[in-house]
Write a protein that binds this ligand. Structure first.
Ligand code: GDP
Length: 454
């Protein structure tokens, strides 16, 4: 789907990549080209505007990491911007990718999934694809029901797909109305011990208030955990408008984009999240029932840019910088210097460097003490509170914790939203660590000298 967009962005950024030093005018030129490429890919204009402004803001004045070129840095910024635009959370500073958004199965079983969308978008096929996966991969017991009483063969179509997918379908009762079918399906789901009941609503040719009201009524009757819009990627901006209307009228929890295997220009995928704030959860990549993919913003962004190598290069460079920070700290420790600033740095690093042990591993001659430190693994909430305590201190207090007396402790506790006990605990912890590290530092130096034959 993204081929031509990918080619265009590729050549734009290629030009940029070859430059040693990046000037602001280069960023401007590159952003003009990126803007055109996105518009040509049928991304909605306001979305493009926001995107360019954001990327520009980040690119200009961005510190270029050692060992990558400014051009490579811009590629990474454009990539991260795309990931965000596609609905992935921005990767955190240390580069850990955010968790993919799955389907919501929470609630008293059976949970209802409501499938909505225009006629021909691939809604019925997608219903069967999801049901099949939930049953085969996730070991859920799934029941499907078609609420389409308008198109003569619709209920029959779902039944046939159910047989192919080996998923049960609700027996067809001629003449029953959609809300009643939905209620019957939920009841059958309860009695039959099903985990999920998938309701395939009637398709429509265009957004139509009568049918919207019907979907809203079914929603009220079944309280679904997912209201999934099925949208055809090939229809570009139309799909975005449809998503917007459905979202405003009935409220969506997710989008499944179909025909991603076709030669759609990709703009729909890129604008949908931005316009609806609703996550794209799944992709349909063919007619067959197993042609279903989970949506991963970072993978799609990678496909659009086609520059995975540059992106991972920059991520590597970022990791190296963190390692250098850790080494610098390790050197200070060896000299017996370890103040609260270092502790704050270290608390931050802990989450990134595999805990205290990772840091200790950089000090020579420490094996035994490392084991003792294993117990010092702290949970993230606590680390964050401790960081808050330290940032509520003055520079002087951080350098020399001895000056922190009772009234100062109270002020620090107030400032950080913690208690004096917690402040005391942190100070004590720092003391213990500083002592321990001094010891280790000496040990380490000896160990080092020994290993150098000194
Ligand atoms: P509905 O009217 O929305 O229920 O649409 P259908 O499920 O009947 O699908 C319409 C057509 O689109 C069928 O021929 C499907 O096989 C086809 N289709 C559905 N999803 C995909 C997809 O992801 N890729 C491709 N290439 N075709 C699809």
């Amino acid at each position: 789907m993204f081929d031509s967009l990918s080619d265009k962005l590729g050549s734009v950024l290629d030009g940029l990549r070859r430059r040693g030093a990046l000037k602001e005018s280069d960023v401007d030129q590159a952003m003009r080209d990126v803007r055109l490429a996105l518009l040509e890919a049928d991304v909605a204009l306001p979305v493009v505007r926001d995107f360019i402004a954001q990327v520009k803001e980040r690119a200009v004045g961005q510190e270029v990491l050692k060992s990558v070129t400014p051009g490579q840095m811009v590629v990474k910024i454009v990539h991260d911007g795309l990931v965000e635009m596609l609905g992935g959370a921005a990767p955190s500073e240390d580069g850990t990718p955010p968790a993919p958004e799955g389907l919501n199965l929470l609630g008293e079983p059976p949970v209802a999934f409501l499938m909505v969308g225009l006629q021909g978008s691939g809604k019925t096929t997608s219903t069967a694809k999801i049901a099949r996966r939930l049953q085969q991969r996730d070991k859920k017991k799934v029941l499907m029901a078609s609420l389409d009483v308008y198109r003569p063969a619709a209920q029959e179509q779902l039944k046939i797909l159910g047989e192919q997918a080996e998923v049960s379908t609700l027996p067809i009762v001629a003449g029953q109305q959609p809300v009643d079918i939905a209620k019957r399906a939920m009841q059958a789901g309860r009695f039959g011990g099903y985990d999920v009941v998938m309701l395939d609503t009637a398709g429509r040719l265009h957004v139509d208030e009568g049918l919207m009201a019907e979907v809203a009524a079914v929603k009220t009757a079944t309280n679904p955990s997912e209201v999934m819009l099925v949208a055809d990627a090939m229809t570009g901006q139309d799909a975005v408008n449809v998503a917007d209307s459905f979202n405003k009228r009935v409220g969506l929890t997710g989008i499944m984009l179909t025909r991603v295997d076709g030669d759609a220009r990709g703009g729909a995928a890129l604008s949908m999240r931005a316009v609806t704030q609703c996550p794209i959860k799944l992709l349909g990549v063919g007619e067959k029932l197993d042609e279903l993919e989970e949506f991963h913003a970072d993978r799609i962004a990678g496909r659009i840019l086609g520059m995975g190598d540059v992106v991972s290069l920059v991520e590597k460079a970022r990791e190296t910088i963190q390692e250098e920070d850790a080494e610098r700290l390790a050197k200070k420790i060896q000299k017996g210097e370890f103040d609260l600033n270092d502790l704050a740095d270290q608390l931050k690093q802990m989450r990134k460097m595999g805990g205290l042990q990772g840091l200790m591993g950089m000090l020579p001659g420490i094996g035994k003490m490392k084991d003792q430190m294993k117990n010092a693994n702290l949970d993230e909430g606590l680390l964050k509170r401790q960081e808050a305590i330290i940032s509520s201190m003055t520079a002087k207090e951080r350098r020399n914790p001895k000056v922190i007396h009772a009234s100062r402790k109270q002020r620090i506790a107030n400032g950080s939203g913690t208690s004096v006990q917690e402040v005391n605990k942190l100070l004590k912890q720092h003391q213990t660590m500083a002592k321990m590290m001094k010891k280790m530092g000496k040990l380490g130096q000896k160990g080092l000298m020994r290993s150098m034959g000194g």
